[in-house]
Design a protein around this ligand. Structure first.
Ligand code: SF4
Ligand code: SF4
Length: 346
């Protein structure tokens, strides 16, 4: 059963927790951390050799399909604009109407979530913006400050193709992941413009600007798993996350709990499926960090992102083994059939 909570189901050490610097993420360190074993090692640097081995699901065509799937996320920069989009590819002038008066934040919130789903989000939730989850600096070292008027985060989960994810770590799973990213860009771009066309401000983002999982937990989309990913009741960890900050008056959702923390103490399937030992086997979560890309002060099973990324380089693409084997994902389809009975959201 899903229980609604008054506060998020995570434990932080307030004395230690600090805003995380995006330069400390694995991609920031790949660019700058000369001490890292993967410094300047591109995820695709081994691809030609991997394709030449002629292994099933690692073909030239499948790799091109993966890169094609990244196109919108990687090249449509407008998706991440903090300002209303300009230079339209249309001859129609867009009318600028008066600011829409929000009489009831509850109704507005329902309309926002309905709109997010229309644009492609599988799940959408709203939370008050907790500034602890905003990166202190972006990946280029620019300080990030979000003005106080952006009171809310709309957090969206984009479902990934389950069949393709099950081929992990082969290229079709990388394509599913890339498709998730490009659909994130589509979804945030549309939702941000929707809000701006009501006369309010919107900052859309993918993995940049703030920590997605913490915000998704705050917004009631799911709980944190041993694999370091958000586990949702509907899709398990088979989702990508994106978010839009806004000054539109909204009503936050409540965080939820449906037994992930306890289940993960017994189940170690993700740790067993990780080919490089990046996921912990310890029964209990702890405050221990295992690599410089873990932020301190959060009770969890910290994932060794150094090992994880090293495997991606070896594999010629990202990996979703810890998604594919998760029982919350395996049972997701069955849940869809029985969703109304078992995991109904009110
Ligand atoms: S993505 Fe793959 S390598 Fe990384 S932690 Fe998950 S299973 Fe391990
Ligand atoms: S595979 Fe098992 S231990 Fe890992 S996140 Fe899923 S439920 Fe938790």
């Amino acid at each position: 059963m899903i229980r609604k909570l008054d506060s998020p189901p995570y434990t932080v050490d307030e004395k230690v927790l600090m805003r995380f610097d995006q330069r400390q993420t694995i991609f920031g360190r790949m660019l700058r951390d000369k001490k890292a074993t993967f410094y300047r090692k591109d995820m695709y640097e081994n691809v030609a050799k991997i394709i030449a081995k002629n292994e099933p699901r690692y073909s030239r065509v499948e790799f091109a399909r993966t890169l094609g799937a990244w196109a919108v996320y990687d090249y449509f920069h407008g998706a991440f604009s903090w300002q209303q989009l300009t230079e339209p590819n249309t001859v129609m002038n867009k009318p600028v109407l008066e600011k829409y008066p929000v009489m009831d934040p509850h109704i507005m919130s329902e309309q926002v979530k309905e709109t997010a789903k229309l644009y492609g989000a599988a799940l959408a939730g709203i939370c008050k913006l907790d500034h602890r989850w905003i990166y202190s600096y972006d990946i280029d070292g620019k300080p990030i400050e979000i003005p106080e008027e952006y009171k809310y985060a709309i957090v969206m989960a984009i479902e990934m193709d389950a069949t393709a994810i099950k081929t992990s770590p082969a290229f079709p799973a990388c394509t599913a992941s890339a498709m998730g990213y490009s659909r994130m860009a589509f979804c945030i771009a549309c939702l941000a413009e929707f809000i701006r066309n009501l006369g309010y401000r919107a900052i859309p983002m993918g993995n940049d600007t703030a920590l997605s999982i913490s915000l998704a937990i705050d917004a009631g989309l799911g709980e944190l798993g041993r694999n370091g990913l958000l586990i949702t009741p509907e899709y398990g960890p088979c989702v990508r996350l994106c978010k839009v900050f806004t000054d539109l008056p909204l009503e936050p959702d409540k965080p939820i709990e449906f037994g992930v923390a306890n289940f993960c103490k017994q189940c170690k399937k993700c740790a067993e499926a990780c080919k490089i030992g990046a996921i912990q086997f310890e029964k209990e979560p702890s405050f221990k960090v295992v690599c410089p890309s873990n932020n301190q002060g959060i009770l969890r099973w910290a994932v060794d992102h150094d090992k994880c990324y090293s495997f991606w380089v070896e594999n010629g693409g990202d990996c979703s083994n810890c998604i594919a084997v998760c029982p919350f994902f395996s049972h997701a389809k069955m849940r869809t059939s029985f969703q109304a009975l078992i995991f109904r959201r009110k």
